[in-house]
Design a binder for this molecule. Structure first.
Ligand SMILES: O=C(O)/C=C/C(=O)CC(=O)C(=O)O
Length: 220
C-alpha cells in the first residue's frame, strides 16, 4: 500500500463531517432558527473532486446551490478531544464547496427525512489543495469568497461562525472518533445561490488559495 500523504487527504480520508447553519446570516437567509447546538451531516469520500473535474448537477435536481466553506483536515485522530487540545489534532485546511441540491433538501426537510440525497451525491465536495496549518495562523478569522461567472455571491469571515473550530472538534469527537485524513466542513456564510450547467465557480481564502470548478449536467 502506498504511504498516506496528508497533502492528498482526499485520496484516502474516510469521513467528511459537515456542520450546517454555522453562520447566523446564512441560517436567516434560508429562514432557519439560529442553532443552539451544531447540526451535523456526512458526505462520503466519493463526493470529493479536485480542480479539473466538473461538478455534476444530479439528474434528480433542478436547483443546485454552492456553499463555500473552510475545511479542517484532521492530522491526529482522537475521541473525546477537549477544546483545549483540539488544534493539536489539526494538520491543515482546505477550501471546500458543500454542493447542495436545495430542491431535494427542501423536500427532505418537509418530510422529516435525512439530507443525504441533497448533500452526499458524487462531486458534492470540491476541495482545494491542502493548506498546511502554519499558513492560516488564525483559522477563526479568515475571509472566504465565492464568485459565479465572475460575479461575487458569497463573502464572509470565519469570525462569524457560531461554533468555533475547537468547539466543533471537541463536540464531534465526543461521539464520532476522528481519524487522520478526516475533513470537517465548518459551515457556509450567506449568499448561497443556484448554479447552472456551464457556470464557472471560483472561490478563495484571502491570499492563501483560490480554486475554480465548472458545472456540468450528469450524463443520463
Ligand atoms: O437548513 C437548511 O435549509 C439548509 C441548511 C444547509 O444546507 C446548511 C449548510 O450546509 C451550511 O450551513 O453549511
Amino acid at each position: 500500500m502506498t504511504a498516506r500523504n496528508i497533502s492528498r487527504f482526499w485520496e484516502w480520508g474516510r469521513k467528511i463531517i459537515c456542520v450546517g447553519r454555522n453562520y447566523a446570516d446564512h441560517a436567516k437567509e434560508l429562514k432557519n432558527a439560529i442553532p443552539t447546538e451544531p447540526i451535523l451531516f456526512l458526505k462520503p469520500p466519493s463526493a470529493y473532486i479536485r480542480e479539473g473535474s466538473p461538478i455534476l448537477v444530479p439528474l434528480y435536481s433542478t436547483n443546485l446551490h454552492h456553499e463555500v466553506e473552510l475545511g479542517v483536515v484532521i492530522g491526529k485522530g482522537g475521541t473525546a478531544i477537549p477544546q483545549s487540545a483540539a488544534m493539536e489534532h489539526v494538520a491543515g485546511y482546505a477550501l471546500c464547496l458543500d454542493m447542495t441540491a436545495r430542491d431535494i433538501q427542501d423536500e427532505c426537510k418537509s418530510k422529516g427525512l435525512p439530507w443525504t440525497m441533497a448533500k452526499a451525491f458524487n462531486t458534492s465536495c470540491p476541495v482545494s489543495e491542502f493548506i498546511p496549518k502554519e499558513r492560516i495562523p488564525d483559522p477563526g478569522s479568515v475571509k472566504l469568497w465565492l464568485k459565479v461567472n465572475d460575479q461575487l455571491r458569497q463573502s464572509g469571515c470565519t469570525s462569524q461562525m457560531i461554533f468555533s473550530i475547537p468547539y466543533l472538534i471537541s463536540y464531534i469527537s465526543d461521539f464520532i472518533t476522528l481519524e487522520e485524513g478526516d475533513l470537517i466542513l465548518t459551515g457556509t456564510p450567506k449568499g448561497v445561490s443556484a448554479v447552472q450547467e456551464h457556470d464557472e465557480l471560483q472561490a478563495g481564502i484571502e491570499d492563501v488559495v483560490t480554486m475554480s470548478f465548472r458545472v456540468d449536467r450528469q450524463d443520463q
